[in-house]
Design a protein around this ligand. Structure first.
Ligand code: ITT
Length: 197
C-alpha cells in the first residue's frame, strides 16, 4: 500500500465473485489509487422482490461498521422461458436445493429457453458520503446439459447470446467479464471512481 492509496472493500462471502472483479480492477488505472480488498463483514441479506432491493438493504445494513469506501453486490439468475424468471431472487437457495441438473429437469422437453443474469452493485463512496448503484444484465439461453469447468454457480448451464456456442463455464474469467452482468456493473463502478479521483 502506498500513501496515495485508499482501501476499497468488497463485502462478499463468494471468492469467485471477488476474483472476477479483481481481474477487471487490476487492468484499470485505479490500482494506483485504491487497494481492492475482500471483507468478511457480513451484511444482512433479505428476501425481497428484486436484486436491487437486496443490494440496497445489504449496504445500508453495514454502513455503521465501515470506515472506508466499500461495495456489495447481489446477483440473480432468471430463466425467463419457460420458468417466468425463476429462480431470480431465490437463486442461492435453488442452486443449493435443486442444483443446475434440477433446473435443466424443470425445462426438459419445453423447447426454446431464455435466461438472464442480473447484477446490482451498491457502493458507499466515503469522500462524498453517498451510495451509488450500478447495474448489469446479460441475456442468453440454457444449455441442454452442464458444460465446462470454469466459473461457478449457474455458469455451466448459461449460454450468453454474445457467444452462442459456449457456456460461461467454457470461457475464461476475462472473456466472461467482457459480457457478463457483473462485468458491466463493475465497469460502471470503475468509471465512477475514475471520474471522482
Ligand atoms: P455474496 O456473499 O456476495 O452475497 P452469494 O454467493 O450469496 O455472494 P448472490 O446472492 O449474489 O451470491 O448470488 C445468488 C446466486 O447466484 C448464488 O448461488 C451464486 O452462486 C449465483 N451466481 C451469482 N453470480 C453468478 C455468476 O456470475 N455465474 C453463475 N452463478 C452466479
Amino acid at each position: 500500500m502506498n500513501e496515495d492509496q485508499k482501501y476499497l472493500y468488497f463485502l462478499t462471502g463468494n471468492f469467485n465473485k471477488f476474483n472476477e472483479v479483481l481481474e477487471i480492477f487490476n487492468k484499470s488505472k485505479l490500482t494506483q489509487y485504491y487497494l481492492l480488498t475482500p471483507s468478511r463483514t457480513e451484511p444482512i441479506e433479505i428476501q425481497a422482490n428484486s436484486v436491487r432491493e437486496v443490494a440496497e438493504f445489504k449496504i445500508n445494513s453495514v454502513l455503521d461498521q465501515m470506515n472506508d469506501s466499500f461495495f456489495v453486490e447481489d446477483a440473480g439468475f432468471f430463466v425467463d422461458e419457460p420458468l417466468y424468471g425463476f429462480p431470480g431472487v431465490y437463486s442461492s437457495y435453488v442452486l443449493t436445493v435443486l442444483g443446475n441438473e434440477g433446473i435443466l429437469k424443470l425445462v426438459e422437453g419445453e423447447g426454446e429457453t431464455k435466461a438472464h443474469f442480473e447484477s446490482v452493485i451498491a457502493l458507499y463512496f466515503k469522500p462524498t458520503d453517498e451510495i451509488k448503484i450500478f447495474e448489469g444484465k446479460v441475456e442468453g439461453t440454457l444449455a441442454k446439459k452442464l458444460r465446462g469447468d470454469k466459473g461457478f454457480g449457474f455458469d455451466p448451464i448459461f449460454i450468453p447470446n454474445e457467444l452462442p456456442d459456449k457456456t460461461f463455464s467454457e470461457i475464461s474469467a476475462e472473456e466472461k467479464n467482457k459480457i457478463s452482468h457483473r462485468g458491466q456493473a463493475f465497469s460502471k463502478l470503475i468509471d465512477f471512481l475514475k471520474e471522482n479521483i
